[in-house]
Design a protein around this ligand. Structure first.
Ligand code: ADP
Ligand code: MG
Length: 295
């Protein structure tokens, strides 16, 4: 009676808020011995807020004008940072014009044309366009030391300003990290496209020591493959388009359902429906129990 046992475990996982796509996934879940966690949207709550708006003195832009251009370019993006920029513009009562020729570079940022101007918003590690002036670089570093994410804005190929964005760890992140370490016998690692300073700050708050930062989507795959080549069965948890390749490459991929992008949901083997992180160690334990019953 293995099939009924598996099906009842899948149903039970569903009651704990984890949608498991097939019985094979259950077996793989039981084998997991290491977990790699994405930062933004996974360990953090996915609803970041803009805390700083700094136009470059040479840009001739007011803070509101800078935020308006950035929000217009970010409007089509489903990235949590993009949602924060758009919300900040709305909160200030700014009218956000529509953008054309939108393009997203996963793990890097976005570009679009806004009212005839080429706007780019993205990571200081891979500046969208133009070389940021020393004051912008210094501000970005300060924000990052403080645990915030800095994004640069460029207009028509020239540095135009910096936005600071703050993101909170989910309330159950630290408890989950501890539970996963206990279950797998290996400390979970952080894999993020964000910068090392912001990543270290967040890792410290949730109890992660091993931090891999500044990763492009393909770098996340490389990290996972290297761990698996050294004998680990890795569970990747992520939410973004930038996590999709790693979710697909890993022994097992779990996507955050509440904030997750469509591509992440499709690339994953299981989905955390209500974004309750505690349900991840719970279903690993369930899967192991089911395996003992079956074999
Ligand atoms: P994570 O791996 O932590 O989920 P991402 O790989 O999605 O982070 O993003 C990495 C970095 O790329 C962000 O910290 C930010 O600097 C930049 N970035 C990515 N997407 C955007 C966007 N839509 N707007 C601004 N910056 C972005
Ligand atoms: Mg993410």
């Amino acid at each position: 009676a293995t099939m009924p046992a598996l099906l009842s475990t899948i149903a039970n996982a569903g009651r704990h808020g984890v949608l498991i796509k097939s019985a094979v996934v259950l077996e793989r879940l039981a084998e997991v011995d290491m977990v790699a966690l994405d930062k933004t949207g996974t360990l953090t709550d996915g609803s970041p807020t803009v805390t700083d708006v700094w136009p470059s003195p040479g840009s001739g832009l007011t803070p509101d004008a800078l935020l308006t251009l950035a929000a217009a370019a970010e409007y089509p993006s489903e990235h949590p940072l993009a949602r924060a920029v758009v919300a900040a513009a709305r909160d200030r009562g700014l009218r956000v014009p529509s953008a054309r020729r939108f393009a997203a570079l996963p793990g890097t940022g976005v570009t679009a044309t806004v009212g005839g101007r080429a706007v780019a918003v993205g990571s200081p590690a891979r500046p969208p366009a133009g070389r940021p002036e020393p004051a912008a670089t210094a501000l970005a570093a300060r924000l990052e030391e403080d645990g915030r994410t800095a994004v640069l804005v460029a207009v028509d190929g020239r540095a135009a300003g910096v936005l600071g964005i703050a993101d909170q760890p989910r309330p159950d992140a630290a408890a989950m990290v501890e539970a996963l370490a206990g279950l797998t016998g290996a400390a979970p690692i952080l894999i993020t496209g964000d910068n090392p300073r912001t990543a270290a700050h967040l890792a410290d708050r949730v109890g992660i020591v091993d931090v891999r930062a500044g990763l492009l989507p393909t770098d996340k795959v490389t990290v996972v493959r290297d761990l698996e080549r050294s004998g680990h069965k890795v569970l990747v948890v992520g939410d973004g388009v930038n996590d999709a390749p790693a979710l697909a490459a890993a022994h097992l991929g779990v996507a955050m359902g509440g904030v997750g992008s469509d591509l992440a949901l499709r690339s994953a083997d299981a989905v955390v429906v209500r974004d309750e992180l505690a349900s991840i160690p719970t279903v690993i334990a369930l899967a192991r129990r089911a395996r003992r019953v079956v074999t």
